[in-house]
Design a protein around this ligand. Structure first.
Ligand SMILES: C[S@@+](CC[C@H](N)C(=O)[O-])C[C@H]1O[C@@H](n2cnc3c(N)ncnc32)[C@H](O)[C@@H]1O
Length: 286
């Protein structure tokens, strides 16, 4: 049988995983506000059991563990060996959290075990999201809650739209399928609702949550712009588009992206709006 989500397994155990680990502290800082909004929507209570999907380096799992306390439990699941390695290294000994390398959409999970299905930007990468959510639902108790944060469309997210627009004409254009596994595959609110409904969830609510966060930072304006360009080349969709391009194309792309970010630069940071959905739902009570 073909491996589920094989492309993502390869990517997150290869270049994407390695780059994410290298930039983990600042990626966590950028994602913190969005993860916190999803945790508030999940409203974890003392003693509850939480399944954290695509937990990466584990920051959200640790935040959830602090909320459920010693009597609760958090299982962080991720397909990336390097990211789970980092999560284990960062986790304090005395916290009720466990990390596991597994494909959340197909791996064996304890049945009817969890009060909350949670994710911070980790559920947009399944080849077959409906099957994956139906699979994960079986790990939930009757009446369990779902809360996750995911990106809205690329057109609303300037941290990707600006550099992507800037490289048009330098890199041959691609027309990616907006529903293909990737960070923006849950951008269409209607599609997210349909996936969760087909997977058996009820009480689905999908609300926008926007915030402006520093994308590049430095001691000077120029250093901040350089930092934003570096981030763009290291993580996210543009890094994948440019990965196999020759050096001269990468140099031209870098100059164009730099010019695009310069228009947003302040004294020491490049502030960029980010647009997400906070999604909540329920596993039916019986
Ligand atoms: C954008 S990163 C977010 C990581 C982390 N939640 C955070 O906020 O820092 C997406 C994560 O989803 C993981 N992922 C992708 N597909 C997965 C799958 N099928 N099962 C489990 N994890 C998956 C990736 O390995 C990656 O760590």
């Amino acid at each position: 049988m073909a491996q589920h989500n094989a492309g993502q397994v390869a990517d997150w155990n290869g270049q994407s995983g390695e780059r994410w680990v290298a930039n983990q502290a600042r990626l966590d800082a950028m994602a913190a506000m969005f993860g916190q909004a999803a945790i508030e929507a999940a409203a974890p209570a003392t003693g509850e059991r939480v399944l954290d999907i695509g937990c990466g380096a584990g920051a959200s799992s640790l935040a959830l563990a602090a909320r459920v306390g010693a009597g609760g439990h958090v299982l962080g699941v991720d397909i990336s060996e390097p990211l789970i390695g980092r999560a284990r290294a960062l986790a304090p000994q005395d916290i009720p959290v466990q990390f596991r390398v597994a494909d959340a959409g197909s791996a064996e999970l304890p049945e009817g075990a969890f009060d909350i299905l949670f994710s911070r930007f980790g559920v947009m990468f399944f080849d077959d999201p409906t099957a994956a959510f139906a699979h994960m639902r079986r790990a939930l108790k009757p009446g369990a809650r779902v809360a996750f944060v995911c990106w809205r469309g690329m057109a609303e997210n300037d941290w990707v739209r600006l550099p992507m627009d800037a490289i048009k004409g330098i890199v041959p254009p691609t027309a990616p399928d907006p529903e293909a596994p990737g960070p923006f595959s849950f951008g269409d609110r209607g599609r997210v609702g349909r996936i969760l409904t087909a997977a058996g969830f009820t009480n689905i609510a999908i609300a926008p949550f926007d915030a402006s966060v520093p994308f590049g930072e430095g001691a000077t304006r120029d250093a901040a712009i350089d930092d934003a360009v570096k981030m763009t080349f290291e993580v996210g969709p543009l890094s994948r588009v440019l990965a196999d391009q020759p050096d001269d194309i990468r140099a031209r792309a870098s100059a164009a992206v730099r010019a695009a970010f310069a228009g947003r630069a302040g004294e020491r940071s490049v502030m960029i709006d980010r647009a997400t959905w906070i999604v909540t739902a329920r596993n039916p009570a019986s």
